[in-house]
Write a protein that binds this ligand. Structure first.
Ligand SMILES: Nc1ncnc2c1ncn2[C@@H]1O[C@H](COP(=O)(O)OP(=O)(O)O)[C@@H](O)[C@H]1O
Ligand SMILES: [Mg+2]
Length: 284
């Protein structure tokens, strides 16, 4: 079954004008959402996953964390989500609600659907855990499935879905709480390239409809350049940010963006930064 296109109707939140947000950001005007200052993470086995990380994420950003395996991308995302504590440093929220962590949706590389449960039951899960009844949650579930282009698959079982559709369900499950911050950990890494391109396009449209901020982990230079307003390039041993690259083009972008200078420049800068970091450490 081919993956249906994302509809542009039914925003979950009042949509913000992303073009004006982008312009605001270009002037450095968008408000900070979360600031990481000197954040380090040392695991009990002695591995320093992150060393003195500084990172500012602004409202409306599509920020990619780009780097090779083991450079601490997932760790950074888990710390931002509050799933585990930093060993040292500060993570400060400055958006709304004032100084609190905003509502967060988390999408993992594996769709992690419950195989015995229907699509609607899978998407219901975060609201069920929050104490909602299914009847109250149903409009939210339908809204989330419409946002990811699967309005007619409520009753389907995960085994009936393609890899791309399973990932759409996983994204719907993250959206059902109407998060203002979406954290995505290599969500499309296991998909074939054509499906991945399609989901990239749909994700940009979805971000625009939701008016949310996205932090997106990837090890693909091309994916980060296509999707992001900013790329934080990371290196391993210890995990750190070695370059920040702005991609100056409004979202959502389309296929022809892959031939434009803003995209090609971002790819070249990211590749240079990664090569530089690899040369500085021993080769993996
Ligand atoms: N729970 C953990 N316990 C011990 N070491 C870990 C744990 N999670 C990650 N690591 C180590 O921390 C480093 C960074 O891991 P991770 O954040 O998963 O990197 P990435 O997502 O960039 O591949 C790696 O060396 C990894 O082996
Ligand atoms: Mg990872």
């Amino acid at each position: 079954m081919s993956a249906p296109a994302l509809p542009l109707a039914r925003p979950a939140n009042p949509p913000r004008d992303m073009a004006s947000l982008g312009a605001e950001q270009a002037k450095g005007g968008a408000s900070p959402l979360v600031t990481l200052t000197g954040v380090s993470k040392e695991y009990q086995n002695g591995i320093t996953a992150l060393a003195r990380l500084d990172l500012l994420v602004r409202t409306g950003d599509f920020l990619s964390l780009l780097g090779p395996s083991g450079c601490g991308k997932s760790t950074a995302l888990r710390l931002i989500a509050g799933l585990e504590p930093a060993t040292s440093g500060r993570i400060e929220w400055t958006g709304s609600p004032a100084s609190g962590r905003p509502s967060i949706g988390f999408v993992f590389q594996d769709p992690t659907l419950m195989p015995w449960a229907s699509v609607e039951s899978n998407v219901f899960l975060p609201l069920r855990l929050a104490g909602w009844s299914f009847r109250d949650a149903l409009p939210r579930i339908e809204e989330a499935l419409a946002l990811v282009g699967l309005p007619d698959f409520k009753k389907a079982m995960p085994r009936e879905l393609s890899g791309g559709m399973k990932m759409r369900v996983s994204i719907a499950r993250a959206l059902v709480t109407r998060p203002s911050l979406l954290l995505m950990d290599e969500p499309f890494a296991a998909l074939d390239e054509i499906t991945r391109f399609k989901l990239n396009d749909d994700l940009m449209r979805l971000k625009q409809e939701m008016g949310c901020t996205v932090i997106f982990v990837t090890h693909s230079i091309y994916e980060s350049a296509y999707l992001s307003t900013r790329i934080a390039v990371m290196a391993a041993r210890p995990g750190r940010i070695i370059a920040e690259i702005g991609v100056d083009a409004a979202l959502p972008r389309e296929e022809h963006f892959r031939r434009e200078s803003a995209y090609l420049d971002a790819c070249a800068k990211a590749a240079d930064a990664l090569h530089g970091a690899m040369d500085a450490t021993d080769h993996m």
